[in-house]
Design a protein around this ligand. Structure first.
Ligand SMILES: Cc1cc2nc3c(=O)[nH]c(=O)nc-3n(C[C@H](O)[C@H](O)[C@H](O)COP(=O)(O)O)c2cc1C
Length: 283
């Protein structure tokens, strides 16, 4: 299979070759059309960068039809100031309107974040969405059952995560696990993938921001994430495909209340690298 062809409009600028992360697009002579690195087609990660780099739209990828590309509308980008403000105003929500969010609206948010980066462009992140009070109760019980196991075993994890306290709160009817949110959304990826935990975490982090921008609210659900990591049966019970693990979980819904202020957060430490300088000078 020819991985790509170039049409007559090719100017030989070489931008396609410069853009290919796998170096499969080669320009042997400056000013000449590119050629595919023979026998390495299977290494293409289908990122589409070769196509979008071409200023004359002359680069046709065999696996990525031209009509599957969308034009970028830069005028619609948020300004740096408005994006900064949105990022600063994002908050973890712990009080939710109990009404479920329509499934189509949840799907639209997931669709909007499908361009989140993944290692090797593997794009193997999937989602399990829990909705409806009965299903939320069943999912909460999975977490509580795991908490019960950890507490009964008196595990270091139970002490570190204060799991006995969470169990006691649940027994009193206080939902510290799901905060009475109408949904929890789990991002999962293949355990033997290139970077599954990072991919799922980036995707969920984008989803949190997208939710906020659309007037919804979210909160990372650490208890469920720890249960998924520590107790594999929770993954299967939640319907996460075999071979995958849930790495990120977000409570999700409409906020019951809106906050009006941004709390303070320190500027993180930042060092500009100096070769030869030791990183632990302050110790
Ligand atoms: C990995 C992770 C797990 C978290 N788990 C929980 C949780 O189980 N329950 C909860 O109420 N908040 C949870 N949070 C939210 C943090 O407590 C929250 O980010 C922090 O208090 C700062 O508040 P902010 O997000 O509004 O800035 C979690 C956050 C992260 C990143």
């Amino acid at each position: 299979m020819e991985l790509f062809t170039v049409t007559d409009g090719c100017t030989g600028c070489g931008l396609c070759a410069a853009a290919c992360p796998a170096s499969l697009v080669r320009q042997r002579t400056p000013g000449q059309p590119p050629q595919a690195l023979a026998g390495r087609e299977a290494h293409c990660i289908r990122c589409g960068h070769c196509v979008i780099a071409c200023p004359t739209k002359s680069f046709v990828h065999a696996l990525l039809p031209p009509d599957s590309f969308e034009p970028i509308r830069r005028k619609e980008f948020p300004s740096p100031g408005s994006l900064r403000h949105l990022l600063m105003a994002r908050r973890s929500c712990r009080t939710y309107n109990p009404a479920p969010v329509p499934r189509d609206d949840i799907l639209a948010l997931i669709e909007a974040v499908r361009h989140a980066p993944t290692g090797h462009n593997m794009r193997q992140v999937g989602y399990v969405v829990v909705d409806g009070p009965e299903r939320m109760d069943a999912a909460r019980q999975l977490v509580l059952d795991w908490i019960g196991l950890e507490v009964a075993a008196d595990s270091p994890r139970a002490a570190r995560l204060h799991l006995a306290g969470a169990a006691r709160a649940a027994a009193r009817g206080k939902d510290v696990i799901f905060r009475h949110a109408p949904h929890v959304i789990v991002a999962h990826a293949p355990i033997d993938g290139i970077s599954p935990e990072i991919d799922a975490t980036i995707a969920a982090s984008w989803l949190e921001i997208a939710a906020m921008a659309s007037g919804y609210a979210a909160c990372w659900c650490g208890y469920l994430m720890f249960a998924l990591a520590a107790h594999p049966p929770v993954n299967a019970a939640l319907g996460i495909p075999s071979g995958h693990q849930g790495y990120a979980a977000l409570l999700f819904g409409r906020p019951a209340t809106r906050v009006a202020q941004i709390p303070p957060r320190d500027m993180p430490p930042v060092h500009f690298y100096e070769p030869g300088a030791c990183g632990n000078e302050g110790e």
